[in-house]
Write a protein that binds this ligand. Structure first.
Ligand SMILES: O=C(O)CCC(=O)C(=O)O
Ligand SMILES: [Fe+2]
Length: 385
């Protein structure tokens, strides 16, 4: 679906999308079950799929052979071959071109991807982060990561009148929100800089291209979230190529809101009798008071081009076709949902001994985090215009 000239990077989302974002951002986690009929949750879709009027369909699969080859190469020869079930690709009538691949990445791949991103790529000085905007970042020595830096490490502010020095604990625990790989996207100008992009990490390129051969990964944003963090509704419109945008998530669950831009709404694409965008609504439970908290008001209605998906660790979302330019955001990250197998990460770090008493024990950092890798192709194969 070619990019429309009306797709401006600085335009704000429509009111309806902002209202939904605000509602789910404010919704206390304990009330999520009460609004479940509005949320597409792939752990509860079996009855939906059996329904002939369902808006959700399996439209494709990735074969076990492809998965085994791609993951085998990514994990290296030392890994035992992994036996894998084919992965279903789901599409939803309300958002043509959106593909959802629940549990695409096995835990071993998720763990290895985390380590490559956060222990290796974060230490590469070519990969900028939001922390670089305001601080002079102190780097670990070669082959070490930020998780190895001594507890006394601080980053000095670029403008001491505006920011205080930032400790490495504050930086990794809370402040770090994104890192850019490949083409270094500038969040202020919302542009990719001119000139040759930074080389995209080869093993990550092969993983992504192996699973999604139509896309040549040239740039990625690695987002890190803690519960309470959000990503406001936006469209990713800075790329010249209209290739699919691929998003992979690891760690805590999140609610992901996606709504087709009005320019791309073709009402013939949705059966005219359909008014519900998500799984069939079930009888709404009476909102009981929980732990003294006031029950929330009912959620704003979803129009026929908007869905909210509960994204879990290992899931991938691919925005292609008309959905490539859809409004999307993350109103909520749900704490205490990180898979047990990842919750100790980065347990690889050396443990405290009398010789490294200044070292921080980061075991369990991941338990409190969601990491999202958002991959883009910037240019058509002919290169930049
Ligand atoms: O975290 C997510 O699921 C979405 C991230 C995103 O939309 C972006 O980086 O542009
Ligand atoms: Fe995005």
């Amino acid at each position: 679906m070619p990019k429309d000239s009306s797709l401006e990077a600085h335009v704000t989302a429509p009111r309806s999308v902002r209202d939904l974002q605000k509602y789910y951002q404010k919704l206390p986690v304990e009330f999520i079950p009460e609004v479940t009929p509005h949320i597409l949750d792939f752990r509860n879709i079996n009855s939906t799929l059996e329904d002939k009027d369902s808006l959700l369909r399996v439209t494709d699969t990735i074969s076990s052979e492809i998965l085994a080859t791609v993951y085998g190469e990514f994990l290296g020869e030392q890994a035992d071959p992994i036996i894998l079930e084919p992965i279903n690709v789901y599409e939803h009538t309300s958002l043509p071109g959106l593909r959802i691949l629940p549990s695409l990445l096995p835990i071993l791949v998720q763990e290895s991807l985390l380590s490559k991103l956060l222990l290796r790529d974060l230490s590469n000085q070519e990969h900028l982060t939001n922390v670089h905007l305001h601080y002079n970042v102190t780097y670990p020595e070669a082959d070490k990561s930020f998780f190895d830096l001594p507890i006394s490490t601080t980053f000095t502010p670029k403008d001491p009148d505006v920011h205080k020095p930032l400790s490495v604990v504050e930086a990794l625990e809370k402040k770090l929100r994104w890192m850019t790989l490949g083409g270094q996207y500038d969040w202020t100008t919302k542009e990719y800089p001119n000139g040759p992009p930074v080389q995209f990490p080869k093993d990550l390129r092969n993983l992504i291209h192996g699973l999604f051969p139509d896309v040549e990964p040239e740039a990625a944003i690695c987002n890190t979230y803690s519960p309470g963090d959000t990503l406001s509704p936006h469209r990713d419109v800075s790329e010249e190529a209209d290739k699919d945008l691929i998003s992979m998530s690891i760690g805590c669950d999140a609610l992901f809101l996606i709504s087709l831009s009005p320019e791309f709404q073709d009402d013939n694409a949705v059966p005219p009798t359909t008014t519900v965008a998500s799984p069939k609504p079930q009888p709404q439970k009476q909102n009981k008071k929980k732990k003294g908290k006031e029950p929330p008001p009912p959620p704003p209605p979803l129009d026929t081009h908007t869905i909210i998906i509960r994204i879990r660790s290992g899931d991938a979302v691919v925005m292609g076709g008309q959905s490539r330019w859809a409004w999307h955001g993350v109103p909520k990250v749900i704490g205490e949902t990180c898979p047990e197998e990842l919750s100790q990460w980065p347990s690889l770090c050396d443990h405290k001994t009398p010789d490294n008493a200044d070292k921080i024990d980061w075991t369990g950092w991941m338990k409190r985090k969601r990491v999202n890798l958002n991959i883009r192709q910037m240019y058509e194969p002919s290169g930049p215009n």
